[in-house]
Ligand binder design. Sequence first.
Ligand SMILES: [Zn+2]
Length: 113
Amino acid sequence: MSEFQTQGAESAEWFRNIYECSRCGNNWEDEWSCTCNDRCPLCNAEIEAKDSVDLSRSLTEEDFRGAGRLIRRLGIAPVVVTDEDAKDYAEAMLEGGPHRFEYGRTSRLRRNI
Ligand SMILES: [Zn+2]
């Protein structure tokens, strides 16, 4: 079996969300892996994104390698890196670094071997 299983369909999802507070008129931007609501930093109102820029990108071989390194560090063997693992890795890096990586974050059933 190949170490990397890819169907090539996955991408790391990342959005720059633009908000305008309907209560106090404050404008701000935030980047996250979804186009979710945010709290106004001034008045704490929950605001929907007014606009979102899609910064998503395709997974690269480095995403698979990076995920493999982190999974190996967890002591899980054999290391099989799936699209979802690479996606988790890529989004963790976008969020701030490898400490954000959470194995199996995309809630697939996993079997311990
Ligand atoms: Zn506000």
